[in-house]
Design a binder for this molecule. Sequence first.
Ligand code: FAD
Length: 278
Amino acid sequence: MSIELSIEFFPPHTDDGVEKLRLTRQRLAVLKPEFFSVTYGAGGSTRERTLAVVKEIAAEGHDAAPHLSCIGSTRAGIRELLAEFSDSGIRRIVALRGDLPSGMVDAGEFRHANELVGFIRAETGDRFRIEVAAYPEWHPQAKSPREDLLNFKRKIDAGANSAITQYFYNADAYEHFVDEAIALGIIVPIVPGIMPVASFSKLARFSDACGAEIPRWMRRKFESYGDDADSVRAFGLDVVTELCQRLVECGAPGLHFYSMNQAGPTLELCRRLELLGR
Ligand code: FAD
């Protein structure tokens, strides 16, 4: 199967976490991902840690893509960071608005991700390949699906090269989103974000917050396993494998794995999808 893969990490808080992530990356390198991306805490809370991890990834010879969220930031601050990325050999950025952390009131100089994309293009031309976020089940703050789609288009029109979606478990939502995007003239690749299921309670909490739906049939089944972690994992793997198979069949241009800094679930999914040893 020929399909591009990318894998997302978060920047660890501890030295131990940094070391574990090195091992995780070594294990995941067999998948020959197009790039490893590293999240960025809203309001710049992980600025240094994100930068340290992407520099390390780049030094290992992989394509590293820092996420960059603009809410709470100034133009001068973003300009400085773009220069650091550039000096570190970074050529790809995942450009986001982010969410203002609780307690932080100053929204800064950017309101939406399209402004960040436009700023990066104005400041650095074509130096960076820019990825943006897409929401097949719609962003939780969107006024309407139509508005959300038009706002997605603003990011592409501002110069984004491709998109990575929020995770979802309903392939119809992705297919519908892609069809609507194409109908609006959006031709960039829209890569589905894949979230393996490690713990159902954590996933349920996170999904409620980010607006991703866990379909009722899945939720009821996960709940029925209670504390039986092995059954949760086994069912989660089956469901996500089938989802990926369907996405690939319907023409998804790639798969972006939210690894949660774990190698095992992503490797097992790729083994089942016959993507190992590509
Ligand atoms: P936007 O595209 O700005 O959209 C946010 C909302 O505003 C939407 O409802 C949209 O419809 C509306 N909107 C957009 N543009 C306009 C406009 N011009 N006028 C009016 N309304 C508008 N968060 C982090 O903090 N760090 C990360 O590293 C991170 N990585 C992510 C990676 C991926 C692949 C995804 C899907 C999400 C990620 N997030 C991350 C979460 C993201 O920051 C949140 O979902 C955030 O709420 C929206 O960011 P955005 O870039 O999609 O914002």
